[in-house]
Design a protein around this ligand. Sequence first.
Ligand code: ATP
Ligand code: MG
Length: 445
Amino acid sequence: MRLSRYFLPVLKENPADAQIVSHRYMLRAGMIKQQAAGIYSWLPLGFKVLKRIEQIVHEEQMRVGHIPLLMPTMQTADLWRESGRYDDYGQEMLRIKDRQGREMLFGPTNEEMITDIFRAHVNSYKDLPLTLYQIQWKFRDEVRPRFGVMRGREFLMKDGYNFDLDRDAAIHAYNRHMVSYLRTYERMGLTAIPMRADSGPIGGDDTHEFLVLAETGESEVFYDSAVTDLKLGTREIDVDDRAAVADVCREFTTLYARTDETHDAALFDAVPEDRRRVARGIEVGQIFYFGTKYSEAMGATVVTPDGSRVPVEMGSHGIGVSRLLGAIIEANHDDKGIIWPEGVTPFHVGIVNLKQGDGSTDSACSALYAALVAKGLEPLYDDRDERAGAKFATMDLIGLPWRITVGPRGLANGKVELTSRRTGESEEVSLEAAVERVAQIYANL
Ligand code: ATP
Ligand code: MG
């Protein structure tokens, strides 16, 4: 993309109403525009990152055999009366009447609807296990929408639902989700700590939240500092191997890490003193095991191998797709702007032409651009007739992890400058080497 032809409405001034850094930078980098409290348009740059995050979520869901579908945002009140949640859910549910006076709602979550789909089409244990998921907009009429996309009213969520024959299989589904979530967040350059939590209005027996440490997080976290060193890395895990999956879950949940409400002081005291930490975290996902809570209420049953009929075992799992943009920025920025992890960056590399209109820098930039595209990469080429300082400031603000700077002095020796946004370090390299280096970085992801 050539910046002169893109739509990147950056702001020079700090927006007065943005209290946290991710909200400030998302507005300044022209990623979002507020349309009403907690409701945003996704401008091209923000939309691109949102799509990258969605793509990672899809890939990691499908890697473990989950099946994507799409349910509507609008649901009927009657469906929610079956589970009893229409009255329980409270003010966060946006309730609407259609022209016939029928009561509808904008879905805050989809346990009832997926259970309805299941009971209509699945009848036998032979169709289990089954996990269906979607990435769809949700609406929750939050009391205090704030911090930009972090606590919106309309927000994008991955919500998945597993169906299993018995408790052991459902616990395995739960564990498999934990492992899959850990990998999903790692690919986004985040350390998300799984912590046992309260189940809230979803209800159920077991639940873990995934928290990204950040000063502006809304949850207080007590933990053993060693938890942040745990990484799946490139480890191969057979997700159908129940014991292997359970082992990984144990490894990631044994070290002390608790939320404010369930925090057990005695256990925390047992953590070696130099490793005890109290910090804040952003909830980027949650998994629930709730057994037959919905299937019993709504008559979702399956025939077992011995011919009897039982309510299906279930769990649900959410990832805050739009919140993740905020969380990633909270965890990756400096005073000049965002620093995207390579896994989610909107463009792979920026090209800065220091002397626009100069025949040799222009043609070197075009050649670089074409060579990067040929490697399957998406560069953003700042071809505006602007001062170097302004171009660098824009690149720093929007946070592309790599920048190639092309100027007449370097070019005279056949060199361009390759700069890391994270470390600020630059190297002088040939055009070919710059392309190779960048291609290599992304090939290794
Ligand atoms: P919170 O405690 O932050 O209100 P929740 O526990 O009610 O969230 P879940 O039902 O677990 O939310 O939804 C799954 C995920 O969706 C959350 O982990 C979070 O990342 C995201 N999410 C929930 N509410 C919002 C919101 N208002 N804006 C953006 N993302 C949200
Ligand atoms: Mg939650």
